[in-house]
Design a protein. Sequence first.
Length: 292
Amino acid sequence: MQIEVQIVNAFVDGTTGGNPAGVVVDADGLTVAQKLKVAQHVGLSETAFVSASDVATVKLEFFTPTRQIPHCGHATIATFSLLRQLGAVGEGRLSKETTDGNRAILVDGGMAFMEQRAPHYIQVATMSELGGRVVASLGLTPTRLLSGVDPFVVNTGNAFLIVPLLDEPSVAELRPHWDLVESLSEGLDLIGYYVFSMTTKVRGRHAGARMFAPRFGIPEEAGTGMAAGPLACFLHDYLRVEEREISIEQGWLMQPPSPSVIMVRLEFADGKISRLMAGGAARVVSSMRVDV
């Protein structure tokens, strides 16, 4: 049996860049083993599989080349953008069923957004033993950190270590020690590190970031919606960014560059972030067929 896989770049910056995901739009009847085989053949960080759902617009399952995972931001945006282009879904409020429950989706014009939960914060004091290990794992000196602002583990559904640096050169020149990043990510139960500065390539955006997730076999990724949500909350709650729609650049500092932009819309209740919607635009770049 041949399975058709669309390769869709999510979080494209204009018409270029973005983070590629595989999307199988008709996965009903495929076994877990077959889905894993497809993901391995595709070879991207994640491949999404769409099937029918009794409780949401669609059921979405996500596979890396090595395992199934509960959520994936860029593969979600890639999937709903593709479904909209195919006419399989309309605009407005939709939903996805996942192995970790249902999540709201918004399709708005040429963009798709996914729901994340209210943030939960754990401070990692720079001068603590753990803070020292974080700095060392990134090959940094403490002077490269943004003065007066500690790193935090931020969870809006998945946990990321948010590390604020002084400026773009500090972010660009990072040379992570992958074994240390992986070990700390395992110990703190993180997807990975999201390291940023408030210097951006495009004027008016709020942060430029890099994402490292060697624990999941991803040394660096071009666009990470599940990390942009925690960063947007951190920018609002700790760095006094007042806007309710926050834009984050990623991928510009990769080699080769793959520029991405992620939009995050914050929602509030009683003066606190109650949830958020993170998303962006996507485009189909190619397709392939996989024998299973």
